[in-house]
Design a protein around this ligand. Structure first.
Ligand code: 13P
Length: 245
């Protein structure tokens, strides 16, 4: 089970980020044992790219650190971008690509596909997000939408790519406190369809927290992508305890 905590554009200060990780480190003296030695739960953090290096240096022993985005070129004149090679060279273990919040800012599926290929090329683990933007009523419509997205997102990606993880995050369920499809049979049905068609490990994301994660644990998921709850250290501790039972 892999728990990926995506901090998005938070917290405002590096010291606040350190306070969260210090809390986790000290409050749970068994954290390291639970999370790394037994491999029952892996904990990955995706801080804002700016905090990546200091946090990785200080907490590398306890958590895996990755980036929230990388570009699709490895070098060149691209102001403001970070190449996958740079991310890898600085110790990045993984990158989140195609998050719905980035798509809202204009990132296209074609660009995300190029980013996936470029990041896999340098050996970064890739968490590739997908999911419908609005609540769709029928299962057929959801599957039609997802299939069309994945067709573009996975173009030229070898089906045996070991470093690729997919993350199903219906955009309407993100930070919405709406009950995701998990509480119904919908997510289970979706996952049955997914596993008949794809082999990449899959995470779920969308308002996952300590009050609902238990509902998802019986489903065929390899982990979770967690946003809002990841800024509350007590909440993370609860999630870890539930997930490692
Ligand atoms: P929330 O947990 O806030 O819904 O965010 C999910 C997410 O976008 C993780 O990448």
């Amino acid at each position: 089970m892999i728990l990926v905590f995506n901090w998005k554009m938070n917290p405002e200060k590096l010291s606040d980020a350190e306070a969260i990780l210090d809390f986790l480190r000290f409050a749970q003296d068994k954290l390291k044992k639970t999370c790394t030695e037994t491999q029952s739960v892996e904990v990955w953090f995706a801080p804002p790219n700016l905090y990546f290096e200091p946090l990785r240096k200080k907490y590398n022993e306890f958590f895996d650190f990755g980036l929230q985005n990388t570009f699709y070129e490895q070098s060149g004149a691209f102001t403001g971008e970070i190449s996958p090679k740079m991310a890898k060279n600085i110790g990045g273990e993984f990158v989140i690509l195609g998050h719905s919040e980035r798509k809202k800012l204009g990132e296209s599926l074609e660009d995300i596909n190029k980013k996936v290929l470029a990041s896999l090329e340098v050996g970064l683990r890739v968490i590739l997000c997908f999911g419908e933007n609005v609540k769709l009523k029928s299962r057929e419509n959801i599957i039609f939408e997802i299939k069309s997205q994945l067709k573009i997102l996975l173009q030229d990606v070898p089906i045996n790519s070991e470093n690729l993880y997919l993350a199903y995050e219906p955009a309407w369920a993100i930070s919405s406190q709406e009950i995701g499809p998990s509480s119904t049979e919908e997510l289970k049905t979706f996952l049955d369809w997914y596993w008949q068609n794809y082999k990449f490990p899959i995470f779920y994301g969308g308002s996952v927290d300590s009050s609902n994660i238990e509902n998802y644990l019986t489903l065929k998921l390899n982990g979770f992508l967690i946003g809002s709850a990841s800024l509350k250290p007590e909440e993370i501790t609860k999630i870890l305890n539930i997930a490692s039972k």
